[in-house]
Design a binder for this molecule. Structure first.
Ligand code: C2O
Ligand code: CU
Ligand code: CU
Length: 425
């Protein structure tokens, strides 16, 4: 590859995959039977990605978190027809290092295609040379977390009951990088994990089994100003965090479990001593978007479940632009969840019931329920988790023109119309 120019081809294809040894089930993947390659580009690069659709149905490929013009965004308007048709995305990477991802975004087919196996990481790098673990697959480890439901025999099940339709598809097994409850050897030292919640509907409260503390170093849009020490981190569908945990105090051969509440779905086996890293106490400076520049506050009210999901009382329509804005302007988007009589359902006040993602922009969280954001919500975000009754104020500045989506990232909700469109002109 010539410097500053990165080319990829993604073949969207059907295959067979063994989630359980000896049980082959139909699956979807990019350039393979399941998931897809980790794409990489540097800030400043021109990226060209040729997408070839070998499925028997339409698809699109959306670069979640990449701030690109509307025509290159890979949303529902950039349809790639079935049976070998192509679409080429070409854009310049103009944002800081971050862990992004790509996935299908067709009308009514996003949930089933992601569940079938389509999705991959897109890592942006930049000139910043901090002393962070960066040996991919060794001490810089991607964790694509997804839940899926299997029958006793090991067949993959999808949408088998009313709950799946109401709350989105929840599985009975959690997979990491396409593997059910895998085991991975890690160096005895500091290890960075790039974690993506690529589940259709499940949120996770991620932690290590022995209360091992860790630091969060990055949110959806890249590094935080400083590492934040925590014992767990909440991640709703579509969100990413990068964390660093220190395993140097463990004996070689010991096993640390990672998971959500009572269910540990990843086993980490401590191996030989790793490289030395000193995590700086200051990572980067984040320029705060100024509230003085805000020209408008827009409200988005999320409500309903199942086929009744709405944003501001409306369901998605391909030929309707819901919001119009101008390039270069700064706005606050006030997003809230008001479930009304549905508030009693779905685990009550403390569970994530919807979330909110916007294309074509990264935002900063000004306030969550009137308070300053905590944890990874202090960094650049593109997706934010919401409980019933929550209100978040998101401040953003529009830098790319075109038509973009905003939606709940619970994919069954998105497919049921919990999505709108905004035009930046
Ligand atoms: Cu991750 Cu509109 O998408
Ligand atoms: Cu997106
Ligand atoms: Cu939702």
């Amino acid at each position: 590859n010539e410097k500053g120019y990165v080319k990829y081809t993604l073949n969207v294809q059907q295959g067979m995959y063994e989630y359980f040894t000896g049980v082959k089930v139909p699956s979807l993947g990019y350039n393979g039977n399941i998931l897809g390659p980790t794409l990489k580009a540097k800030k400043g690069d021109i990226v060209e990605i040729k997408v070839k659709n070998f499925l028997k149905e339409e698809t699109t490929v959306h670069w979640h978190g990449m701030v690109v013009p509307g025509e290159m965004d890979g949303g529902p308007h950039q349809v790639v027809s079935p049976n070998g048709s192509e679409w080429t995305a070409r854009f310049k990477v103009e944002q800081q290092a971050a862990t992004l991802w790509y996935h299908p975004h067709g009308i009514g087919t996003t949930a089933s295609q992601v569940y079938g196996g389509l999705g991959g990481l897109f890592i942006v790098e930049d000139e910043n040379r901090l002393n962070l673990p960066n040996e991919y697959g060794v001490d810089d480890i991607p964790l694509v977390i997804q839940d899926k439901r299997f029958s006793q025999k090991g067949d993959l099940l999808y949408l088998t009951n009313m709950n799946d339709i109401m709350y989105g598809m929840l599985g009975n097994k959690v997979l990491v990088n396409g593997v059910i409850e895998p085991k991975k050897t890690i160096p005895r030292g500091k290890v960075r994990f790039r974690i993506l919640n690529a589940s259709n509907a499940r949120s996770y409260n991620l932690k290590f089994n022995n209360k091992l503390p860790f630091v969060i170093i990055a949110s959806d849009g890249g590094l935080l100003e400083k590492p934040i020490k925590v014992n767990d981190v909440l991640l709703s569908p579509g969100e990413r965090v990068e964390i660093v945990a220190d395993f140097s105090e463990f004996d070689e051969g010991s096993e640390i479990l990672f998971g959500d509440r009572g269910y540990n779905f990843l086993t980490l086996k401590v191996g030989k001593k790793g490289k030395r890293y000193e995590i700086p106490t200051r990572l980067i400076d984040i320029d705060k978007i100024s509230e003085k520049d805000v020209v408008r506050v827009r409200e988005f009210v999320l409500s309903g479940l199942g086929h009744m999901v709405t944003i501001n009382g409306k369901q998605f329509q391909m030929n309707r632009i819901d919001e119009n804005t101008k390039i270069g302007t700064t706005e606050i988007w006030r997003v809230s969840v008001r479930m009304g009589m549905h508030g009693m359902m779905g685990g009550g006040r403390n569970s994530i019931i919807h979330n909110f993602h916007a294309h074509g922009v990264l935002f900063q969280v000004l306030k969550r329920n009137g308070r300053k954001p905590t944890g990874h919500e202090q960094g650049w975000k593109d997706t934010i988790a919401l409980r019933n009754g929550d209100t978040v104020d998101l401040i953003m500045n529009f830098r790319k023109k075109g038509v973009f989506m905003y939606h709940c990232h619970i994919l069954e909700h998105e497919d049921n119309g919990m999505m709108g469109q905004f035009l930046v002109s």
